[in-house]
Design a protein around this ligand. Sequence first.
Ligand SMILES: Cc1ncc(COP(=O)(O)O)c(C=O)c1O
Length: 450
Amino acid sequence: MAIIYPTTNLKQRDNKLDIERGEGIYVYDSNGKQYLEGLAGLWCTSLGYGNKELVDTTAEQMSKLAYTHMFGGKTHRAGVELAEQLAEMVPMHNAKVFFGNSGSDANDTHVKLLRYYFNAIGKPEKRKIIARERSYHGVTVASASLTGLQPNHTHFDLPFEALGVLRTDAPHYLRGHLPGESEAQFVERITNNLEQMILAEGPDTIAAFIAEPVTGASGVIVPPEGYYERVQAILAKYDILFWADEVITGFGRTGQPFGCQTMGIESPKLMTLAKQLSSGYIPISASVISGDIYDALVEPSAEVGVFGHGYTYSGHPVAAAVALKTLEIYKRDNIFAHAAEAGEYMQRKLHALADHPLVGEVRGKGMIAAVEMVANKATKDAFPGGVVGAFAQQACEQHGLIVRAVAGSSIAFCPPLIATTAQIDEMVEKFSKALDDTLAWVVKEGLIKA
Ligand SMILES: Cc1ncc(COP(=O)(O)O)c(C=O)c1O
């Protein structure tokens, strides 16, 4: 087989789940078995599968004009219109939008824009970026360096130092608090650590702080009350820009249009969007910056003769048309309001599993959640490695549910935003069965401590 699988143990070449088609929130494997897609693919298929309007839009745009670009002197309506609509939607001042093809490349674009900006305003030394432990920002050279997960680093010799990546605490109380520490004390301590690091490094050397408002791949971490308030106060004090990576949390996922709004993050200066921007139907991402940053880029680009950054597929007309249609459907069908309601329901249903002997924590916001399984319910000791998460994920698949094991023994949920409450019931029911199977297995294997 010639395929190199992405984000996969390369030794495990067999037993792949071969997905063949999808409809609504369900997908079907090559044997015809139905699965409820509890992770919306990779946190992206917000409108589910087989959406006729998106399919027709793709075909129409491809027939009319399959490709054009926006380099030096060219433009097209769909790209310009999409940027206008996004600028209207995001909680940012006078936003400007640069298009890419993935969350990773959009984050790389931001790294470059930050350098360009601080060079332009005469502060070339302001270039370090603070990223958190247990964050996920992608896998290109720069975005993998911002990512705070070890498997994305090991063997890749990433240029952390050259990029000036600084690392600060993950805001996960369960796994980060000291014995006897309250949530408020935890917030106080980790934000003090942040401030001390800024002072030690020199505030004038730090450009930005990147954060997913609620994390995804690293375990769906929802920071405690007060965390973002304190972080924003510190960043404002030292003139460090807040960069919101909304690749998962953008477009209604957390109960508000953007995760920043759910989590009380006011007016970020940079925002990264992808995934649900096109409901995952076609690759497109957006690096969004506030107007004052953009204004500073204009003159230097004129001096050089060109703003020397752009992808062949930046603002691809088919992707832009599909994204425009996606935004139209979000608005017309009140998808965000539906997701907010269904999300509350999903959180309630998952929290009802908190008494299960395997469950140590249920966390989430809106239509994104994780259930963390623990080896000891009283002490919340974690299971070693990822075997229990992997087993539970398999057990879910046996019951016709696709989910994703993250951060070792957490099972992540992120169903399409169109899921009904009845479908959420079905999802949780299937998961409960898989939890029971997993419990029986960990008992048999002697992995659980009573
Ligand atoms: C928060 C966040 N940022 C960036 C990325 C990278 O996006 P992509 O896989 O499209 O490169 C992801 C992907 O899951 C993500 O969750």
